[in-house]
Write a protein that binds this ligand. Structure first.
Ligand SMILES: Nc1nc2c(ncn2[C@@H]2O[C@H](COP(=O)(O)OP(=O)(O)OP(=O)(O)O)[C@@H](O)[C@H]2O)c(=O)[nH]1
Ligand SMILES: [Mg+2]
Length: 364
């Protein structure tokens, strides 16, 4: 489960990737290096872990992680469009981050003559839709061929698929991205299969000037007003500045943030929104050894969540003792929560909620 970072050439994709993953991938100021996608993980900031650690005083604190893939643009310095070479990488990503350049920098040429992130966001959205249309056309063509030699039993499914493809195409042609489309329930398995780009949850990131960071809230408010749509979120940050800050040691970083008046919110929020876009939530475990956030998909049962920790716990699952983070914090200690009966007992089929603090009882 990864989130793919894409955009026009030299818009700061790798800078932002380095900032979130605290990495050191090479950035390029003039020519795009071509190269391979960069893969890295970000630790998901979670204040709940710090609060739980105050209660349990663990030796170790382990946050959840999100995986990012920074997708390079074509080595042709002025190329536009979503590169054919890495299209399959984008398709395999669960959700996407679109980086739009909003910073001025005379040393870094832009594919358009002017800086206009709203224009770029719109044209990249069109690119996603073009790519989907091309894929659907190829599939339709193949269905045509398959129908000629198909057995009677297979015809029905192919014919239905063709109808659904028609519905998706029609809306794409009217410039409605798949994530906003009105589609019948039986389209769902097909959509899983097609991995259409405009159907993936999307975060639009404006890479703003380092001089504009004190206007972040204002820029984000405008973005939200203009770009807000279903399954789309928006964030503004300065990739270059955030990358430099991420490269410092924590004390130095804190001092710089303070002196520049850049709080942490944008980068933190970007990571948390990424986690959300992937449909992920955390359950928490806490004790004297470790306080930890465990990543699961929304809708997962207690017994499957137990398997995230260890297959033995899943196999020998007896029950789970669960307290919500809020309830635990308001009682102040685990012992007190037990005394007051705040811990609930849940069975295998309980659907885990974000922020559940869990103790699994098992038998092997
Ligand atoms: N002034 C300024 N420059 C930036 C900012 N973000 C990136 N840059 C510069 O823009 C250039 C391109 O940045 P990259 O992060 O390599 O951009 P990219 O989108 O990964 O580029 P390609 O992968 O080559 O398409 C570098 O010289 C960066 O230092 C920013 O917020 N402000
Ligand atoms: Mg790059």
């Amino acid at each position: 489960m990864a989130i793919g970072i894409f955009g026009l050439p030299r818009t700061g994709k790798t800078s932002i990737f380095n900032a979130v993953s605290r990495g050191h991938a090479e950035t390029s100021s003039f020519r795009t290096s071509g190269g391979q996608p960069n893969i890295g993980v970000a630790k998901v900031p979670d204040i709940r872990l710090d609060k739980l650690a105050e209660i349990s005083k663990p030796k170790k604190l382990t946050p959840a992680e999100v995986e990012y893939i920074d997708i390079p643009t074509s080595p042709d310095a002025m190329a536009k469009g979503i590169g054919g070479e890495f299209l399959n990488v984008l398709q395999r990503c669960e959700s996407l981050i679109m980086v739009c350049r909003s910073f001025e920098n005379a040393a870094v040429p832009h594919v358009e003559d002017t800086i206009d992130p709203y224009r770029d966001a719109e044209s990249l959205e069109m690119e996603l839709m073009f790519s989907d249309l091309a894929l659907l056309e190829r599939r339709e063509h193949r269905i045509g061929t398959q129908l000629r030699s198909a057995k009677v039993s297979e015809r029905d499914a192919l014919a239905k698929e063709k109808i659904i493809i028609g519905k998706i195409r029609e809306q794409l042609e009217a410039e409605v991205p798949v994530r906003e489309q009105d589609l019948p329930a039986e389209a769902r398995p097909l959509l899983e299969n097609f991995q259409l780009l405009s159907g993936k949850p999307l975060m639009i990131v404006f890479n703003i000037d380092e001089d504009a960071v004190d206007r972040t809230a204002e820029i984000e408010a405008e973005m939200a007003a203009k770009l807000d749509k279903p399954h789309v979120s928006t964030v503004a940050l300065s990739g270059k500045l955030e990358m430099e800050l991420a490269g410092m040691d924590p004390a130095e970083e804190a001092e710089f943030r303070e002196s520049l008046g850049v709080g942490e919110p944008s980068l933190d929020r970007m990571i948390r929104v990424s986690y959300d876009l992937l449909g992920l939530i955390s359950f928490l475990t806490t004790g004297p050894d470790e306080t930890r956030a465990w990543t699961i998909r929304k809708g997962i049962s207690a017994v499957d969540a137990a398997g995230k920790i260890h297959s033995d716990i899943q196999r020998g699952f007896i029950r789970a003792e669960i307290v919500s983070y809020e309830d635990l914090i308001s009682t102040g200690s685990i012992a007190e929560a037990r005394k007051q009966g705040t811990f609930r007992t849940e069975g295998k089929t309980y659907i885990m909620q974000d922020g559940d603090v869990v103790n699994f009882l098992f038998n092997v």
